[in-house]
Every structure is written in structure tokens, then in C-alpha cells.
Design a protein around this ligand. Structure first.
Ligand SMILES: Cc1cc2nc3c(=O)[nH]c(=O)nc-3n(C[C@H](O)[C@H](O)[C@H](O)COP(=O)(O)OP(=O)(O)OC[C@H]3O[C@@H](n4cnc5c(N)ncnc54)[C@H](O)[C@@H]3O)c2cc1C
Length: 389
């Protein structure tokens, strides 16, 4: 029997495991393969909805599902923390024992590193579920003033999300009748909003910023946060009443600085950009946020999803002998709810990943109130496809 082990039950891992279980149904039933999914969190969380949790339009339990529901699709679920990976021995060590694998799919994502910036503990963000809930409580007590939103580093989950959050806060302030006395600023290490996405997106986001009366301060490297003040490396400082600061992201612990699996340039998982296999260990695949810095693209669930489809196709091809599966779709779509309206950012990163272009080819869809419905529909579809019968 061949054993496929999937590490991480987030966007990439959950899609990979369910796709493999479906494609290899016959082999599972013949007891030729076994699929095990390992996660330290008993729940799969739909992270895009964290912003709605912070805005009070979703409760935390509405944006997560128990991973054990995937057992009915023929996937073994192990609720444990992965502590080590030995690609030579083809073994994964967890807090609940060691497993041998024939194929390993690593989708352990990024983890937040709150240390390093003095004073960050007194700020808020929505990049983990409990933090999104904490931000909601802070917003409940917000009655106008200066709001700052921004990441410490340019690599974080979902590039447009800090802007989306800033626009939502403008909407919230208008609803409360405190917009006149609310000043919202996005501070960012990029010089321009959405800079790595190219001039089209920079223009589009500059328009949004003007429309929703949100200020942008680029080239901003936060060095420390003192009560009521945020300080940048170049000496600039800003006062605030509410600071929403996204902590730096680092690779999940088992990969960070792994002697053979990590990319020596950046510490994230090393994969071949075309096949998503580790260059040395061909039965080890990487998907999702943990490979984004290696591919040179942002972190997005949609990337993780398409990569999971592609990796599942390749493993199926090897196990079955032949399988004409899905090609690697290198595009991403992010539907934003900015309160007044919804908009979808669509970008094709093929040329960026292949080193042929500096910027992706991007389009902006929507821009009308009805388009907010697209985001709601996507959330419903996500849970139905993964966890429905
Ligand atoms: C506020 C916000 C808004 C977003 N909006 C969008 C959007 O609109 N569109 C979009 O495409 N993306 C969006 N994203 C980004 C998207 O959620 C991530 O890119 C996506 O979840 C990445 O999937 P992943 O499988 O790589 O990692 P994750 O989904 O983070 O999953 C990693 C899993 O690994 C587990 N894990 C980690 N370490 C260990 C360990 N040692 N042992 C066991 N388990 C472990 C974790 O518990 C987790 O379940 C958003 C993210 C945030 C925070």
C-alpha cells in the first residue's frame, strides 16, 4: 500500500487531500493507497472571512469546519503537530508518533512572528481567527480618531487585504456617523499601493484610496510602536488611536531553516517552479503560502487551490500510470468586499513565475454593490465543495 501524507489542512492541504481521495477512489477501495491529512488545528479555517469576523458579520464558528468531516471522503485525519520531516527516511514526526510516507504534500503555510517589533503587542490585526475577533472588540469601542493599517513586511497573506480592511473601516465609520472625525492611513513597505502587481493595479488602488478617503504612506518600515505613536525607519512618525499592524510572516516551524527542504535563499520551502516538487526529493511536493516566496508571488488561497489541483494530478498520474489531469493554473482571483461595493482582482502570474515578466497581467472586475454577493457565494461554495457529501 502506498501512503500519501498531506501536511496542513488549510486551503492547499484540504483541497489536495480531497482531490486525491476523489481521483484515487478506486485505489483507495482496493487498499492500494492510504491518504493521511495532519493538522495541529482540529478545524479548517476559511481565512478570507476573517475580515468579516472583525466586522461583526460572521461569527468565528461560521468560518471554520471540523477537519474530521473529511474522514467520510476516505481521508485519515491526524490531529497533531508536525515536529520534524526526514526526507531521506521518508518520515514525518508528529506529537502523536512517526509516519512513513511514499508521497509528501507540504502545505503548512506561514506562521505569524509577533516578536521583533517593540510595542506590536498593543496593536490589532485580523490575520488569525482569534486576532480577528479581538479586532472586532476594538472596533466596537472605536468612536472616531486616527486609524493606521499596515504590514511590517511586504510578504503576508493576501496582498490586497490591508487595503480591503481600511476601506471597510471607512464604511463602518460612515454607518456610525463618525466618518468626519475618522482619519484612515495605510502604511506599507511598498512605495505604491499594490506595487508588485504593476501599474494597472497601482492606478486602480489609488482610485479606491481617493474614493474611500484613505491615505497611503509608502516606503514605510515600522521599527517600533509606542503608546499612540508608530515610528518608521526613516524618522517619520504617526500618531494613532487604533493601530492595525500585520505581524511579520515566517515559514511554518518544520520547514523554517530545514537543512535540505528549505530554500537557502529565504528559509521557505524549496520547490521546482514548474513541477512544485522538491528538486532533490521528487516525492515531496509543496503548495500554498509556504512556497510563495520561492515562486516570487504573493500569498493567496487561490494559488494554493490551483497548486493543490496540479500536485494531485501529478501524484495520480504516477500511481495510476496515466492520468491526463489539470494543468498548473498560475492565475489568482481575489474578491474584495469594500463595504460600498465588491470588486475582483484577477491576475495571471505565469510570466512572473517563469521569470519572463516583472508584473502579472491583471484585470479588475465588478466595482458595483451587487458584486459583494460574489464573495458570499465563493465562501459558500468553498465549504460546500470541501465538506459537503
Ligand atoms: C485576512 C485574510 C484575508 C484573505 N483573503 C484572501 C482572499 O480574498 N483570496 C485568497 O485567495 N486568499 C486570501 N487570503 C490568503 C489565504 O487564506 C492563504 O493564502 C491560504 O490560506 C494559504 O493556504 P495554505 O494551505 O498554504 O496555508 P493555510 O491555509 O495557512 O494552512 C496551513 C495549515 O497548516 C497547519 N500547520 C502549520 N504548522 C503546522 C504544524 N507544525 N503541524 C501541524 N499543522 C500545522 C495550520 O494549522 C493550517 O491549518 C487571506 C488571508 C487572510 C489572513
Amino acid at each position: 500500500m502506498k501512503h500519501i501524507v498531506v501536511l496542513g489542512g488549510g486551503a492547499g492541504g484540504a483541497v489536495a487531500a480531497t482531490r486525491l481521495a476523489k481521483l484515487l477512489k478506486h485505489q483507495r477501495e482496493q487498499r492500494q493507497i492510504q491518504i493521511t491529512l495532519i493538522d495541529q488545528n482540529p478545524h479548517h479555517e476559511f481565512r478570507p472571512s476573517y475580515l468579516w469576523v472583525s466586522m461583526g458579520i460572521r461569527e468565528p464558528d461560521q468560518v471554520q469546519r471540523p477537519l474530521t468531516l473529511l474522514a467520510r471522503k476516505g481521508i485519515d485525519i491526524l490531529h497533531a503537530t508536525v515536529t520534524a520531516i526526514d526526507p531521506e527516511k521518508q518520515q514525518v514526526t508528529t506529537t502523536k508518533g512517526t509516519l512513513d510516507y511514499d508521497y509528501l504534500v507540504i502545505s503548512l503555510g506561514a506562521q505569524l512572528r509577533p516578536d521583533g517589533i517593540p510595542g506590536i503587542e498593543n496593536t490589532y490585526h485580523a490575520w488569525e481567527l482569534n486576532d480577528a475577533y479581538r479586532l472586532r472588540q476594538a472596533l466596537a469601542n472605536f468612536h472616531g480618531g486616527k486609524v493606521i493599517v499596515g504590514p511590517i513586511e511586504p510578504i503576508y497573506r493576501c496582498s490586497p487585504a490591508p487595503f480591503e480592511l481600511a476601506f471597510m473601516i471607512r464604511y463602518l465609520a460612515e454607518q456610525r456617523g463618525i466618518s468626519e472625525k475618522t482619519e484612515i492611513t495605510v502604511v506599507h513597505p511598498w512605495q505604491q499601493p499594490m506595487e508588485p502587481f504593476g501599474p494597472f493595479m497601482v492606478n486602480a488602488f489609488n482610485l479606491f484610496l481617493r474614493q474611500f478617503n484613505v491615505r497611503f504612506l509608502g516606503g514605510w518600515q515600522t521599527t517600533r510602536i509606542t503608546p499612540g505613536k508608530i515610528h518608521a525607519a526613516d524618522g517619520r512618525e504617526l500618531s494613532y488611536d487604533l493601530a492595525i499592524i500585520i505581524p511579520p510572516h515566517e515559514p511554518a516551524q518544520p520547514i523554517k531553516n530545514h537543512p535540505t527542504l528549505a530554500n537557502p535563499d529565504n528559509g521557505w520551502l524549496l520547490v521546482d517552479k514548474e513541477t512544485l516538487r522538491h528538486p532533490e526529493y521528487k516525492n515531496v511536493f509543496g503548495i500554498g503560502d509556504i512556497i510563495s516566496p520561492t515562486l516570487g508571488i504573493g500569498m493567496a488561497g487561490v494559488f494554493a487551490h490551483f497548486q493543490a489541483d496540479y500536485v494531485a494530478s501529478q501524484i495520480t498520474d504516477e500511481i495510476k500510470g496515466t492520468y491526463m489531469g489539470l494543468h498548473y493554473n498560475r492565475s489568482g482571483i481575489c474578491v474584495m468586499d469594500v463595504g460600498y461595493l465588491g470588486a475582483a482582482v484577477f491576475c495571471d502570474f505565469t510570466d512572473v513565475i517563469q521569470g519572463k515578466a516583472k508584473y502579472p497581467r491583471c484585470w479588475m472586475l465588478g466595482g458595483m454593490r451587487a458584486f459583494r454577493g460574489a464573495k458570499i457565494a465563493f465562501e459558500r461554495m468553498w465549504f460546500a465543495q470541501l465538506f459537503g457529501r
